[in-house]
Structures are given as structure tokens and as C-alpha cells.
Design a protein around this ligand. Structure first.
Ligand code: PHE
Ligand code: ZN
Ligand code: ZN
Ligand code: ZN
Length: 300
């Protein structure tokens, strides 16, 4: 229920169904614990308008953390739980939400060096509202806790039907090099993802690090960030089809933001490859963030 948003045909119902609910409190029974200072359910009011209806609803971020490991060097991992009104949001972003839930369940059984905090964001599709709220709220009201965030890893669309293995371009080689919005350390995170893919013999490429998902508020606030993406409305090139397989001349996700983004709209092979990469990099940083912020021993 929580992982896959309900794509109800009625706009008003859809709003209520996709923006989170108090039942979310059942989610973190995966063995994670919560600490003072971190809301389990981080709520805010948002107003949604369609052609026919405008409604104000409370939306939620769902947060859970290992509660073990260095709390002053917290690795944050996030995915948005909401979808657009048009569809069920399975590729965007049931894939990321399910991916990080699996990682959370697995990591709860390990002993990490660093605290790892998971966030399932609300209202991303309304303008990154959940992540923006979290970052602003924490920075303004508990700056020390905000400073404890060593990095943020984002997973939005990681199982697109005609997928590419894209890593956010944290060293900004593909866009304006004068952009001051890319915190140092983001390049090291990008390298960690590429390194993982190389280690398992899979090709990976770069994708624009432009702030078009929940990492936006984090990089604006100076938090080194990174993440994975398998493509949305963009069209796969010949070169990419050779690298990643799939079909050239076809969108990565031709059901992006539409009614056909349903349970059939996932490439399970892609989802497997990308969630393995996500897990490997989350675990790496759970053990050492040395390459990003110089904390702890270098990663072995
Ligand atoms: N944030 C976009 C959405 O949810 C998807 C996206 C993710 C686009 C990452 C580009 C890069 O619709
Ligand atoms: Zn809040
Ligand atoms: Zn979307
Ligand atoms: Zn998305």
C-alpha cells in the first residue's frame, strides 16, 4: 500500500490516496529505530489544484534511521513516495521507494559505522515540497542536526522499461562548470556509483545533476549528494542502446507521468541492477564517508 501509490480516477481521491496517510506509521516496523529530533512523520499542508478541484491535504515524509552508528555522520537515503495525479506512479517512483525499503530492511540487520537515515518523501511531484520542507525545517530549527548530515543519496525512477544506467553527474562535467550549487563531495559519490558498476561489468553513464528531484534542496543547502536514474521522457540514443541494451529511438519510460505507469511499467532486470548498485553504495557510505568528507577510515 505504501510502496505503490493508488492511482484513483477521481482527482480528489487521488490526492488523498497518493500523498501519504497516517497508516504510514506501520512502515518502519522493518527493525529500524527512530531518534529524538527526527520526526517519524514529518507533516505539512499542501494545496493541489486540477481543472476541476482544488484541495488542501496534509502530506507526510516518512523517516526511519538505523539509530546505530555515528549520529554526527549521518548518511541520508531518499525516494519520493507520491505520484502524479495521472497514474499510479510505479516506475515514478514505486521503484525508488521499494528499492530503498529493501535496503533499509537489509541494513537493519547489519552494524554500520555511520547512522543511516531513510526518507520517503511526500509531494515531490508538486515541486519537491517534502524534501524542501525537511531541509528548511531542520536547518532553521536544529542546525546542529542538519550539520550532521554527511550526504544525501536519491533514488527517483530506477526501473524504467527502456532503462539506462545513469548516475547523477556530481562532478558537473555535463553542465555549467560555473554552477556553484554542486557541493564538493558530490563528485566522489558519482565516482562510487561508477566504480560499483565497473566492478560488476555493467556500463554506466552520466545524467544531468540539475535539481529535478528531491536532492535539489539538499545541494542548494550544501549537502554533497548523488543518486541513480534510469530515464524518463528522454529518448534512448543508438550509442546508449549499445551500452545498456534496450531500444534506440524509444523513450526510457514511455508511460512517464501517464495512466499506463502501472504495475507492468517496470523493467525487473533494470530494477535489479540499479537497486543492487544503490545497496552497494549505501552500504559503502554506511561504513565510511572518507572520500566525501574526510571522516573515518578510508573505504576498503
Ligand atoms: N523528478 C522527476 C519526476 O519525479 C523525475 C526525474 C528524476 C527527472 C531525476 C530527472 C532526473 O517526475
Ligand atoms: Zn517538519
Ligand atoms: Zn514524476
Ligand atoms: Zn519522480
Amino acid at each position: 500500500v505504501l510502496i505503490f501509490n493508488t492511482g484513483l480516477p477521481n482527482a480528489e481521491d487521488t490526492v488523498a490516496g497518493t500523498l501519504g496517510s497516517p497508516e504510514a506509521t506501520t512502515l518502519p516496523t522493518v527493525g529500524l529505530s527512530y531518534q529524538a529530533g527526527v520526526d517519524l512523520l514529518d507533516a505539512q499542508e499542501v494545496t493541489v489544484s486540477t481543472d476541476t478541484v482544488s484541495a488542501t491535504r496534509t502530506t507526510y515524509n516518512v523517516l526511519a534511521e538505523t539509530g546505530t552508528g555515528d549520529p554526527e555522520n549521518t548518511v541520508m537515503v531518499g525516494a519520493h513516495l507520491d505520484s502524479v495525479l495521472e497514474g499510479a506512479g510505479i516506475s515514478d517512483n514505486g521503484t525508488g521507494s521499494a528499492g530503498i525499503l529493501a535496503i533499509a530492511e537489509a541494513i537493519a540487520k547489519t552494524k554500520t559505522e555511520n547512522n543511516v537515515r531513510f526518507a520517503w518523501w511526500g509531494a515531490e511531484e508538486l515541486g519537491l515540497l517534502g524534501a524542501e520542507h525537511y531541509v528548511t525545517d531542520l536547518r532553521d530549527n536544529d542546525p546542529e542536526a542538519f550539520e550532521d548530515i554527511a550526504m544525501y543519496l536519491n533514488f527517483d525512477m530506477i526501473g524504467s522499461p527502456n532503462y539506462g544506467r545513469f548516475v547523477y553527474d556530481g562532478n558537473a562535467s555535463t553542465f555549467d562548470p560555473g554552477d556553484t550549487n554542486v557541493p564538493e563531495g558530490s563528485g566522489a559519490i558519482e565516482a562510487a556509483f561508477h566504480e560499483y558498476f565497473a566492478s560488476v561489468g555493467l556500463a554506466s553513464g552520466d545524467t544531468e545533476f540539475s535539481g529535478r528531484s528531491d536532492y535539489g534542496p539538499f545541494i542548494e543547502a550544501g549537502v554533497p549528494s548523488g543518486g541513480l536514474f534510469t530515464g524518463a521522457e528522454g529518448v534512448k540514443t543508438e550509442e546508449q542502446a549499445e551500452l545498456f541494451g534496450g531500444q534506440a529511438g524509444v523513450a526510457y519510460d514511455s508511460c512517464y507521468h501517464s495512466v499506463c505507469d502501472d504495475i507492468t511499467n517496470v523493467n525487473l532486470q533494470g530494477m535489479e541492477e540499479m537497486s543492487d548498485a544503490a545497496a552497494a553504495v549505501v552500504l559503502r557510505y554506511a561504513m565510511s564517508t572518507h572520500d566525501v568528507n574526510g571522516e573515518g577510515e578510508p573505504y576498503q
